[in-house]
Design a protein around this ligand. Structure first.
Ligand code: ATP
Length: 410
């Protein structure tokens, strides 16, 4: 396995060359400090799956802050140490890398955040969520490329199995249930039957008591995934959203394809906001407020969802409106909310607004009107609005027609 591992670690398609340089720097400094140092977790999992690595997860036996300080002295960059947790973030020009001291975790009560004490790599691997995330590759000195797999993660990875490390895992930390679903759908793996049985009333009971921040963080991670709709639907199938809030509706499978933004539309994409809008748009205003409180929504996110929901409800009243009436009714709403309602309703006026109408402006400006002798005041705004409406509704189509229209009223 070591030769294979070395080949994977040198593959620039899996670890970009600048990250490989950083890894060598870290390995050299750890060796100089006589500190065993490892690549762990998701990086090892994805490397063995032949998938490109996003983040380098680095664990040291010894104080990670000392390693960080040595790196800054030798190589440069900046260090943000967290003395309480014996961790440090090493900021390089191209990257930031988390340096973590190997730790042991104990849970004082189900669902509580763990108590952390510095320990060995073996303990560090045993505190993890699933066997496939509990492997390490040693980096320092002559040990470079040695693999540690005390929980048989590689076998589970080869067989596509998601398996917890001990039966209390989901009770200790029910966010792992979301994580299991993410890996299951992302890699098309299976949750091991014994692990699946641990998603039971006890662990779901603890899940229901988790803070809104922790739950929302997990759901946000789901919406950032390529197969997010499948993940939300899977979670729906396990009936665990109702443990979190009774008003959480099932995700409509017909909306799954809408999570991928159309890049030709000039609207900043936001998969997370889009996900929540599609999920909650059909709730009542009161339910949206209540769910937003439970999931600790930011006020921006709550506004996006409420905007979408309100617009969706007002569609029947806007149905026969002129382009100007549509535009004036929706121009204060967030573009992404309008787009979400378009996707769900297929109401063409909303797309026309996003693609065309919102860009329509008269040639004349407020200054032009003042130059024509109008006094500053609300009348100027009214005229500009009427002009814009005339352009939108097609009663003015050229600059000449605009001038003639103005000549009539000023
Ligand atoms: P992803 O590709 O989804 O980011 P990752 O494995 O990099 O996966 P992180 O959330 O960055 O996931 O976590 C890094 C590592 O920390 C995981 O691989 C896992 O070993 C461990 N870990 C993360 N969350 C938990 C948890 N709730 N319980 C136990 N171990 C965890």
């Amino acid at each position: 396995m070591t030769t294979d591992l070395l080949r994977l670690m040198r593959d620039p398609n899996l670890i970009p060359s600048e990250k490989q340089t950083l890894l060598s720097d870290i390995a050299a400094q750890a060796a100089a400090l006589d500190m065993p140092c490892y690549l762990v977790g998701g990086s090892v999992r994805d490397l063995l799956l032949g998938r490109p690595i996003n983040d380098l997860d680095i664990i040291v036996e010894g104080d990670a802050i000392n390693l960080g300080e040595a790196l800054v002295q030798k190589i440069g960059g900046k260090l943000t140490p967290h003395h309480k947790f014996h961790t440090a973030i090493w900021h390089q020009t191209t990257d930031t890398i988390d340096l973590i001291t190997a730790r042991k975790e104990t849970y004082s009560s189900p669902g509580a955040l763990p108590t952390v004490t510095p320990s060995t790599i073996d303990d560090d691997l045993r505190r993890r969520d699933f066997t496939i995330n509990a492997m390490a590759i040693r980096l320092d000195g002559d040990h470079y490329g040695e693999s540690l797999d005390p929980l048989n993660g590689q076998k589970d990875l080869e067989q596509g199995i998601i398996r917890v490390l001990h039966p209390r895992s989901f009770v200790d930390d029910p966010t792992r249930i979301f994580r299991a679903i993410r890996y299951e759908q992302r890699y098309a793996f299976d949750i091991d039957p014994a692990t699946f049985n641990l998603i039971n009333s006890e662990s779901l009971g603890v899940l229901g008591g988790l803070s809104g921040e922790r739950i929302r963080h997990e759901v946000d991670l789901i919406f950032e995934e390529e197969h997010s709709a499948k993940m939300i639907l899977r979670a729906n199938g396990l009936n665990f959203f109702e443990r979190i809030h009774l008003d959480l509706p099932p995700f409509n499978p017909d909306y799954a394809e809408f999570l991928d933004m159309d890049p030709t539309l000039d609207i900043p994409a936001d998969r997370i906001a889009m996900g929540y809008m599609l999920w909650f748009m059909e709730l009542t205003e009161a339910s949206i407020q209540s769910v937003a409180r439970r999931l600790c929504f930011t006020s921006d996110l709550e506004d996006s969802v409420s905007d979408a929901s309100r617009l969706n409800r007002s569609l029947p009243f806007l149905a026969d409106s002129k382009p100007s009436e549509w535009s004036f009714a929706i121009e204060k709403l967030q573009l992404l909310s309008i787009y979400a309602v378009y996707l769900v309703s297929g109401q063409k006026a909303l797309l026309d607004y996003l693609v065309l109408w919102r860009h329509v402006k008269p040639h004349t400006t407020g200054d032009d009107l003042k130059a024509r002798g109008l006094q500053p005041g609300p009348r100027i705004g009214e005229i500009l609005t009427q002009l814009r409406a005339a352009w939108l509704d097609g009663s003015i189509n050229t600059a000449q027609e605009e001038k003639e229209w103005l000549n009539k009223i000023t």
